[in-house]
Ligand binder design. Structure first.
Ligand SMILES: C[S@@+](CC[C@H](N)C(=O)[O-])C[C@H]1O[C@@H](n2cnc3c(N)ncnc32)[C@H](O)[C@@H]1O
Length: 234
């Protein structure tokens, strides 16, 4: 039976926003950047692609796109959380200076109810966010709606490894991290460990995306299986 993931209150993102990038970096020894970069490579973008980053947070994906693709693109970030978007806006302001041939935009809004016209993007990215939403099914339908025909959807999720030894080691590590996070009042970090432990598996994710008319194109695992990335095609 498929269980549920713990709900993530917006207050948690508000609290962590100024330190979100740093916490990610420290927890993965810098591996989060490498991971995002490898994942965006799976999109195989072309010059001038229009990319929508849903639940973009601090726009970490924008930096990965710049690192991976040498040509201009048009990037647009959407997130519900103002504090996360403040950090994102500072990042995009730098990118506007450094990469002036690309377009860098953002807006506050819900992935579950987008204001964009149908078929207006070549690619949509959703990274570590689907199960933070109140209505993930609505967000997936909106994703499919705003993608053009042949457009690609990159979905990145926390996961449990399949290898039983790695799984045992990871579970031990997660309970240690949860203990340390509890001592320092880092509830977003503790929450993340609970999210990993409630992974419902790749088949569940794939069927969710197929139910809105998307077809699996490729998938990959990173960080010893703790992260899954999928590319779906409309
Ligand atoms: C764990 S963060 C991931 C941020 C970013 N995608 C990344 O790669 O680091 C989850 C983000 O989802 C956002 N979020 C949750 N529900 C949302 C919704 N319905 N619409 C837009 N953003 C949402 C939160 O505000 C938060 O910034």
């Amino acid at each position: 039976m498929v269980g549920t993931r713990p709900a993530t209150p917006q207050a948690m993102f508000t609290k962590i926003a100024p330190r979100y990038d740093l916490v990610n970096s420290v927890m993965t020894f810098g591996g989060d950047r490498r991971l995002r970069r490898r994942a965006v490579r799976m999109l195989r973008l072309e010059a001038d692609s229009k990319v929508l980053d849903l639940a973009a947070g601090t726009a970490a994906i924008a930096s990965a796109l710049v690192a991976e693709y040498r040509f201009p693109i048009s990037y647009f970030a959407v997130d519900l959380n103002e504090q996360m978007l403040e950090v994102a806006e500072r990042k995009l302001a730098r990118l506007r200076q450094e990469q002036p041939r690309s377009e860098w935009g953002l807006m506050r809004g819900s992935a579950e109810d987008l204001t964009f016209e149908s078929s207006s993007f070549d690619a949509v990215v959703m990274c570590f966010a689907l199960d933070d939403m109140d209505d993930p099914a609505a967000a997936l339908s909106e994703t499919a709606r705003v993608l053009g025909d042949g457009g690609r959807f990159l979905l990145i999720e926390l996961a449990l490894p399949d290898n039983p030894i790695l799984l045992k080691v990871l579970k031990l590590r997660l309970s240690m991290i949860r203990g340390i996070a509890g001592l320092f009042g880092l509830d977003p970090v503790a929450h993340m460990t609970e999210e990993i432990e409630s992974d419902r598996g790749a088949d569940y994710t794939i069927s969710r995306c197929e139910s809105v008319g998307l077809t699996l194109d490729s998938q990959a695992r990173y960080h010893g299986g703790m992260v899954r990335a999928y590319v779906f095609r409309k």
